[in-house]
Design a protein. Structure first.
Length: 293
C-alpha cells in the first residue's frame, strides 16, 4: 500500500488537474454558445441563396456558367480534385481531429483508387502536422484562421479554387468538415462545393413568379460565387462549433474521471492513515508493556 505522504501528493495533483479541466469545460461551454449562434445565423442566408438559385436554374443556363458545368473526362487526361480538410489548431477535444483526418484519408484513398489526382488543401494545425508527418504533399495550408472564422477567410480559401475550376485545372472541389447537428453530434462530412449542384426546389411550394432585372444570367453570375463562398463559410463555422462541443464533452469527461479518481485515492488514503495510526498505537502499547515487565 502506498504511503500516506505519496497519496496526499497524488490527491493534490489530481485536484489541480480537475481544476484545469473544469475551467476548460466552462470556457468551451461559453465559446460553444457563441459559435452555435453563428451557425444558426448563417443558415437562413444559405437557405435563401439556395432557394433563389433553384428558382433561376435551368438546363439551358447551366451551359453558360462554368461553376454549374460538369467537366467531361478528356481522353488520356487524369481528373484532378481539390480536397480541403478543415481541422482545429488545438487538441484536448477527444477524437475530434482524428475523426476528420480519418475521413480525409478515406476520401483520398477512394479518389486515388479511381485514378483521380488529388490536391490537398488543409486548414488547421492538427491536419497540417499529421499530413506533414506522413510526408503527404500539401497544395496549401492555413493555420491562422483558428476557431473564429470570418467570411473573408472563406473568400480567401475559395477564390483560388474557383479560378482553377473555371480554367479547367480542377474537375471538382470537395470539403471535409465537421457537420454541427448538436453539441454531441458532429459527424465528419464530405461536401462537394464545385461544380455547384443546383438545389432542389421545395415540393408543394408555390411556383416563383419573378420579374428579373437585369436578367437571370446576370443574377446567377453574381449569386453562384457567393453560394460557393457561403458553402465554405458554413463548413468553417460548423467545424468551429463542433470543436467547442467536442472539447466541452472531453473536458467534462476528464473532470468526472478526476472526481472518481479522487474518491478512490481518498478512500485509500484513509485506509493507509488508519493502518498507520493502528500500528503506532500497537507500538506504544507494546513499549509500555515492555517497560512494565
Amino acid at each position: 500500500m502506498a504511503k500516506p505522504r505519496e497519496l496526499r501528493r497524488r490527491i493534490r495533483s489530481v485536484q489541480n488537474t480537475r481544476k484545469i479541466t473544469k475551467t476548460m469545460e466552462l470556457v468551451a461551454t461559453s465559446k460553444l454558445k457563441r459559435a452555435q449562434d453563428r451557425v444558426f445565423a448563417a443558415r437562413p442566408y444559405a437557405n435563401a441563396l439556395a432557394e433563389v438559385i433553384a428558382d433561376l436554374y435551368s438546363p439551358e443556363l447551366a451551359e453558360r456558367f462554368p461553376l454549374l458545368r460538369r467537366p467531361k473526362p478528356k481522353p488520356g487526361s487524369t481528373p484532378r480534385v481539390a480536397l480541403a480538410l478543415l481541422t482545429a489548431n488545438r487538441g484536448l477535444s477527444g477524437a475530434f481531429n482524428a475523426n476528420l483526418i480519418r475521413e480525409a484519408r478515406h476520401r483520398l484513398q477512394e479518389l486515388e483508387s479511381q485514378g483521380t489526382a488529388v490536391d490537398l488543401h488543409i486548414v488547421g494545425r492538427k491536419g497540417v502536422n499529421f499530413f506533414r508527418f506522413s510526408r503527404r504533399a500539401i497544395a496549401s495550408q492555413r493555420i491562422d484562421i483558428g476557431e473564429n472564422p470570418r467570411a473573408t477567410h472563406a473568400t480567401e480559401l475559395v477564390r483560388p479554387l474557383v479560378a482553377a475550376f473555371e480554367s479547367g485545372a480542377l474537375d471538382a472541389v470537395e470539403v471535409v468538415f465537421a457537420k454541427f447537428n448538436s453539441a454531441l453530434s458532429t459527424p465528419p462530412t464530405v461536401l462537394r462545393i464545385l461544380p455547384v449542384e443546383p438545389p432542389a426546389k421545395k415540393s408543394g411550394g408555390a411556383s416563383a413568379n419573378f420579374i428579373l432585372r437585369p436578367s437571370a444570367e446576370a443574377i446567377l453570375e453574381r449569386l453562384l460565387p457567393l453560394y460557393v463562398e457561403n458553402q465554405m463559410f458554413r463548413a468553417l463555422v460548423e467545424t468551429a462549433a463542433a470543436f467547442y462541443g467536442a472539447q466541452r464533452t472531453a473536458m467534462k469527461n476528464a473532470t468526472d474521471n478526476a472526481g472518481e479518481l479522487l474518491d478512490g485515492l481518498r478512500r485509500t488514503y484513509n485506509r493507509a492513515r488508519q493502518a498507520q495510526i493502528t500500528q503506532e498505537i500497537a507500538e506504544i502499547v507494546g513499549g509500555a508493556e515492555a517497560l512494565q515487565g
